[in-house]
Design a protein around this ligand. Sequence first.
Ligand SMILES: Cc1ncc(COP(=O)(O)O)c(C=O)c1O
Length: 215
Amino acid sequence: MINIASPIIGQKERKLIKEVLDSKILASGKYVAQFEQSFAKYSGAKFGIANANGTTSLHTALLMCGIKSGDKVITTPFSFIATANSIFFCGAKPVFADIDPKTFNISPVELEKMLKKEKNVKAVLIVHLYGLPCDMDAILKLKKKYKFKLIEDSCQAHGAEFKKKKVGSFGDAAAFSFYATKNMMTGEGGITLTNDEKAAASPKEPTFFFLNSAP
Ligand SMILES: Cc1ncc(COP(=O)(O)O)c(C=O)c1O
């Protein structure tokens, strides 16, 4: 049998987990606050907001960027379902721009075609798939030209760098997953990163739409 993942859980992790269990503060305590700060710093962002998983972290990132019912968000068709679902959870509409067959990431050429075709695109949700960063030079050029909010789904790309800058620090907000099979894991968990102090302060709790009530 070949395991999908083989998480490393050493003595340090065991000791700290025991400390948390003994403290009886299991939902959010000093270690969560420390983790938010140190992961944000590691990734080159100012603020981190811990979440239940990568999906709620993506949802939080979209809400932070002001995505509302009826908004259009361009994303990639080649990702885990949570990417598109987070757009639906805001009541917004995903619009798919095709991938680059060489990288499997969103193609900046296809993205520009969609930005020209679709009017009033509020945000672009890119995915750094399989640990490979998207072409950030091209995407940031498009952001400047078309003025959309940029969200990075970095759920598979902890610590990945584009030209020595870590993913999660390029856009208006980013989301990471710490699910058991991810390259960095806490069993379940996630974090939303942003440099925007106001966005970091609110909203922290995603408000879920039922999928069948989305437009
Ligand atoms: C690209 C991508 N986005 C989002 C998610 C959602 O993360 P989670 O499973 O922690 O909700 C995943 C996890 O599988 C993922 O691979």
